[in-house]
Design a protein around this ligand. Structure first.
Ligand code: ACO
Length: 434
């Protein structure tokens, strides 16, 4: 980031006073107006609920051009990473800025693989949950609880401990996610297998049972890995910003990632993949699509087309394209022909993309539009969809969490507000209140 000679002048029309604000430029993307001294110099705050025009930090991890539908991790296009790389390599790239060389890759995989088991006592923790608990509720609890088990990686000022915390989080998320799944099914937890790849190991822990051998389908394992890559990071989205904000107070890494999980859970964010599938099931058949599209456009109806629209993308989400292709591959591998949900989804996409409302508002399918169909075909219940998202996004969360410590300015995140409540008044004793 560099401060340019370019400035922007802010003028208060009421008093005629004006101030010059510095402009900063990144390596690509829009420049930003530096308002850090604004309040001190002008007495004004800026008001930006939802942070639609606010850069909250400097980052080198991920770049998105929402108008062009571009997503780059450390400069590499997402489609290329999904095709040519693997999830652990992408996690390394996010964290360290470069693709690993063969020695670094081997070492990284070893570090992750040898942290996949969870403290045995943590398994008893699961019994405190109701059997019908939503797995995301379980994940919020157990990931936060890691801080009670791994004290030797909670000192955020120790670089080595931070590194180990990242290994642990990336490594243990599949184990915990599979445990949350098994707990709901009432099946025994399955221990990780070090001979398997990250995605294979997760499928093995989720779907194998002690009663019979489990054969890993390489097409499904590759699809799982791709889904993880597509969800690995997405710059300063709600959950990543939540992780950064939680971390800015000095909270430990496990607590910060648990905070990210809670934020991801909402249907406007990671919960959308679950909502998309529910919507497609409710639609039921293609005949009902016009009615659904009408409802989505109706200002008096709170219904939205789930899996459509994005705060940043005003074009096709590049992840959705890869996801659609992966969806076809998985359904073909599983011998699912003419899946009614896929047909409904594709028809809905076709109708919406030709509709003036969606064209004008630049609403395109996002990453969640097709992911639910794949995950369901692979055997995951809807309640697990967001858990898988959280598993993958952990790679991005920990990369951002680490990046924060490299910033020159370590400041607690503390937005201000536009106060519109009561002004100062005297306390009224109870017997005088009406
Ligand atoms: N269906 C119908 N109308 C929509 C949709 C939709 N899915 N999304 C946005 N709009 C409309 C809004 O009603 C609004 O209309 P208006 O300008 O007439 O008031 C306009 O488009 C802009 O929408 P906002 O909500 O202001 O846009 P914002 O950037 O805040 O929201 C969001 C983005 C939350 C993703 C939104 O598009 C949405 O709710 N989509 C459905 C949920 C979803 O798929 N979420 C997943 C996001 S991707 C992810 O987290 C991985």
């Amino acid at each position: 980031m560099t401060t340019t000679p370019h400035t922007v002048t802010l003028t208060d029309d009421a008093t005629g006073r004006s101030w010059k604000l510095p402009v900063m430029e990144g390596s690509t993307g829009p420049n930003v107006i530096d308002i850090r001294k604004l309040y001190g110099e002008t007495g004004f705050f800026t008001h930006d609920p939802g942070f639609t025009s606010t850069s909250s930090c400097e980052s080198k991890i991920t770049f998105i051009d929402g108008d062009k539908g571009i997503l780059l991790h450390r400069g590499y296009p997402i489609a290329e990473l999904a095709e040519k790389s693997d999830f652990l390599e992408v996690a390394y790239l996010l964290q360290f800025g470069e693709l690993p060389d063969p020695v670094q890759k081997k070492e990284w995989i070893k570090n992750i693989t040898y942290h996949t088991m969870v403290h045995e006592q943590l398994s008893t923790f699961f019994n405190g949950f109701r059997r019908d608990a939503h797995p995301m509720a379980i994940m919020c609890g157990v990931v936060g609880a890691l801080s009670a088990f791994y004290h030797d990686s909670t000192d955020i000022h120790d670089e080595n401990q931070r590194e180990i915390a990242c290994h642990r989080l990336i490594a243990k998320m599949p184990t915990l996610a599979a445990m949350a799944f098994k707990f709901a099914l009432g099946q025994p937890f399955v221990y990780p297998q070090n001979s398997l790849s990250y995605a294979e190991n997760f499928l093995y822990m989720a779907f194998s049972v002690p009663a019979e051998p489990y054969r890993i389908n390489p097409v499904l394992a590759r699809a799982m890995d791709k889904i993880f890559i597509l969800h690995a990071d997405h710059e300063q989205n709600a959950s990543t910003s939540t992780v950064r904000l939680a971390s800015s107070s000095g909270a430990n890494p496990f607590a910060c990632i648990a905070a990210g999980i809670t934020s991801l859970w909402g249907p406007a964010h990671g919960g959308a993949n679950e909502a998309v599938l529910k919507m497609l099931m409710e639609i039921g058949s293609k005949d009902r699509i016009p009615e659904i599209v009408r409802r989505a456009k109706d200002k008096n109806d709170s219904f939205r087309l789930m899996g459509f629209g994005h705060r940043v993308y005003k074009n096709y989400d590049p992840r959705a394209k890869v996801m659609q292709q992966t969806c076809r591959e998985v359904l073909a591998e599983l011998g699912i022909k003419n899946d009614p949900l896929l047909e409904t989804a594709m028809e809905l996409e076709r109708v919406a993309l030709q509709d003036d409302y969606f064209i004008e508002k630049k609403l395109y399918p996002n990453v969640d539009f097709y992911s639910g169909i794949i995950l369901r075909a692979m055997g995951f219940p809807m309640s697990m969809f967001t858990v898988l998202f959280a598993l993958a996004r952990t790679a991005g969360w920990v990369a951002h969490w680490q990046e924060q410590f490299r910033e020159k300015e370590q400041k607690i995140g503390r937005p201000r507000q536009l106060y519109t409540g009561a002004v100062e008044r005297s306390f009224v004793p109870l017997d005088q209140r009406k």
